[in-house]
Ligand binder design. Structure first.
Ligand code: ADP
Ligand code: MG
Length: 682
């Protein structure tokens, strides 16, 4: 008997090799398999007549084989099967490459369903290598077909057949985390129905019900988890911080804080003096100067005799914070240390000892800060940077290193206040709504791929003026496979170096590199030892190289607005006029609009609003753009209504049954979700 924890090799057709491939997607057991949700769907319910086929568009057509298929040998290793199919409106010539068995499988006089891209003209329609199946089989045609994100060695066919088996084995034993009362009150379908129809929807309506149910479930668990964290915190009292003369800190800065920065600092300090632990979200657009707000809080905390920690999502960012803050704060008598995954074991041990002894006041680092064996003498303040990269669990893990420390969360993702309330529990929100003086808005252009030469010329011209350029590398996925970023980045960088910029220094960085290598590349770029940095979105978060003045984003259609905004925020951080060039050949109306928004405004909040508006609700026939860790189906931007409902249900349940004794499945799932390790980190 199989259950959810049964190894995927249980599935017929999955052996060692495919199991290995699936493991790359994080799928090891049946639970993982059936929770691998489609990224989009193809609606193949409607079959067209041959005369209705539009060249260039994919469609299903039901047609009868008119004459026996022929096979011709084109060249070595290449065979071609040709067959003519007809319906009462016309003729369709179909060809298949290297599928010679079809010669015997396609029977003259029988009707089949073909799904593929139509070509040809009004008089003569053709289809090359369509999917073909017998009428009424309804595996790949005649229904809404799930399209899964893939990896090498696993095809759509294998995935969907494996998931079929997985569902058949587990449908009756799926634990339902929703109590019946909640399910009924909110008109949600049963768990078996939801899993069946998210993978193999009977109809658009069934898919809708399934999605709604699964999204609700995620949001429900998410809010319960947050609510419990919050409940634990509410009654807590801590000794209030005493006042500190901040003059010395402000005087030591090379600039004056903006009014907005000052206000955020004041709000945070007031929290810390209040006698309850601070829980504050500091939101500010890229480049608004959040780091200095954090530094002010650290200064205040340490001068109160307690320790502080700052956790960044990447090693690069942690080092950058250390390089920027340590000299400033050391000067003010604050002992700082950097702790990351690549800190040598010996240094790590010594830092750990000093933290325990209270000989270090301020630790800056990655999630290494929350690993076992790191203990603080008196951790009074925890700052997390670019919070959306961290799971709730990690934030809690760092806070657990102290006795109800104050927490400050910094985020450049502008989210509406109602959402912030839910996502960040009961965090108070401060907004830095002002950029430091003297910043010039980044000039932004959206251009087609035919402009590449001009873009390269432009990069060269600015390089001659001493500026540097980021190029976010083109990433194309073939057949829905997840793109191979390592290959894409290295090959593009090599090509640029050899063919386009032999006289400049081109470097590259991608997420698959070791932290040390990444760091070396970034450091060299920051020191202007290289001119052009080709990368994936690993540079999306927080890196600060004021001399970089050009950001080129290839395949810009692949990114959501907020992400484009984050990427653009890497330039325009110094005194030079900066440029962002979005390259895309995509003609899709929504894409065009999205890129246009980027050229029109640099205001992050406006961009976030537009992002929501453009994507709109119910966008699940399209590709999903981003989500939060732990949310695979729900989309915080679109499912606002559902979020409210789920939240209300969660609150009602917790009020009656705070320990969730009535729904052990939910309690179990929560325990998993909220202890899950740092898998969203680079
Ligand atoms: P972000 O909000 O994106 O984290 P940073 O804290 O990295 O922004 O600040 C961006 C840049 O602006 C840094 O180089 C920082 O030194 C500088 N900066 C911050 N505050 C001010 C200010 N008040 N005046 C001038 N420059 C500032
Ligand atoms: Mg920052």
């Amino acid at each position: 008997m199989a259950d959810l924890n049964t190894d995927v090799r249980y599935i017929k057709g999955i052996g060692e090799q495919r199991a290995k491939a699936l493991e790359k997607l994080g799928i090891t057991d049946l639970r993982g398999l059936i929770s691998w949700f489609p990224r989009r769907y193809d609606d193949r319910t409607q079959a067209k007549k041959i005369s209705e086929l539009i060249p260039g568009e994919s469609a299903c057509v039901a047609a009868m084989i008119a004459s026996p298929p022929t096979v011709s040998h084109i060249r070595k290793g290449m065979d071609l099967v040709k067959v003519r199919a007809v319906d009462d409106t016309g003729v369709l010539d179909v060809t298949f490459f290297n599928q010679t068995w079809l010669k015997n499988n396609l029977v003259q006089g029988e009707t089949y369903i073909f799904y593929g891209k139509a070509e040809g003209n009004l008089l003569r329609k053709t289809m090359a290598s369509p999917i073909v199946e017998a009428e009424g089989r309804r595996e790949f045609t005649g229904r809404i077909v799930p399209i899964y994100p893939l990896t090498a060695g696993v095809s759509q066919l294998i995935l969907s057949r494996s998931i079929r088996q997985g569902l058949d084995a587990c449908a009756d034993i799926l634990p339902d985390v929703l109590p019946d009362s909640v399910r009924q009150e909110h008109h949600l379908c049963r768990i078996e129905y939801a899993y069946e129809n998210i993978h193999f929807p009977e109809s658009p309506e069934a898919l809708d019900l399934a999605r709604r149910r699964l999204a609700f479930e995620e949001l429900f668990l998410f809010t319960i988890g947050l609510q419990r964290l919050r409940n634990r915190r509410e009654t807590v009292h801590v000794p209030p911080c005493h006042d500190v003369d901040m003059g010395a800190f402000y005087d030591s800065l090379p600039f004056t804080l903006t009014d907005a920065q000052r206000r955020c600092v004041e709000e945070a300090l007031a929290d810390m003096r209040s006698g309850a632990p601070m829980n504050r979200l500091c939101q500010g657009d890229v480049g608004s100067g959040k780091t200095m707000v954090a530094a002010a809080c650290v200064y205040f905390c340490v001068k109160n005799g307690r320790q502080a920690a700052l956790m960044a999502p990447t090693e690069i960012l942690a080092k950058q914070h250390y390089a920027g803050l340590a000299p400033l704060l050391e000067n003010l008598g604050i002992r700082c240390a950097l702790l990351t995954g690549s800190t040598p074991a010996k240094t790590k041990r010594s830092i750990a000892e000093q933290l325990t002894a209270g000989e270090i006041d301020f630790a800056i680092g990655t999630h290494a800060l929350i690993t076992e064996g790191i203990a603080y003498r008196d951790l009074g303040l925890v700052v997390t940077d670019e919070q959306h990269r961290f799971g709730v669990g990690q934030r809690a893990a760092l806070a657990a290193k102290g006795e109800h420390p104050h927490t400050l969360v910094m985020s450049a993702t502008p989210i509406p206040r109602t959402l912030a309330l839910i996502l960040y529990g009961d965090l108070e929100v401060s907004v830095i709504d002002q950029l430091p003086p003297g910043r010039q808005p980044v000039e932004t252009y959206a251009v087609p791929g035919s402009y590449h030469q001009r873009v390269y010329n432009f990069i060269r011209k600015l390089a001659a003026e001493g500026r540097q350029t980021y190029i976010v590398c083109p990433m194309v996925s073939e057949n829905d496979e997840l793109p191979d970023e390592r290959k894409a980045v290295t090959e593009y960088a090599k090509k640029l170096q050899a063919e386009v910029f032999p006289d400049l220094k081109v470097a590259f960085v991608h997420g698959k590199m070791k932290a040390k290598e990444k760091d070396a590349v970034m450091t060299a770029f920051a020191a202007h030892e290289t001119d052009i940095l080709v990368s994936t979105t690993v540079i999306e978060v927080g890196v600060d190289v004021p001399n970089a003045a050009v950001m080129v984003i290839e395949n810009a259609e692949r990114f959501g607005l907020s992400q484009l905004h984050q990427l653009r925020g890497r330039v325009g951080r110094g005194k030079h006029q900066s440029y962002c060039i979005l390259i895309s050949d995509n003609q899709n109306e929504e894409t065009r609009q999205r890129l246009k928004v980027m050229t029109k405004t640099t205001d992050g909040f406006k961009i976030a609003e537009e992002d929501l508006r453009l994507r709109g609700p119910g966008d699940f026939f399209g590709q999903r753009q981003h989500g939060l860790p732990g949310l695979k189906i729900a989309d915080i931007g679109c499912d606002t209504q559902l979020l409210q409902e789920a939240r209300q249900a969660a609150e009602t349940l917790l009020a009656q049954d705070p320990d969730l004794t009535s729904c052990p499945a939910a309690a179990e799932r929560l325990a998993e979700l909220f202890t899950q390790a740092a898998d969203t980190l680079n």
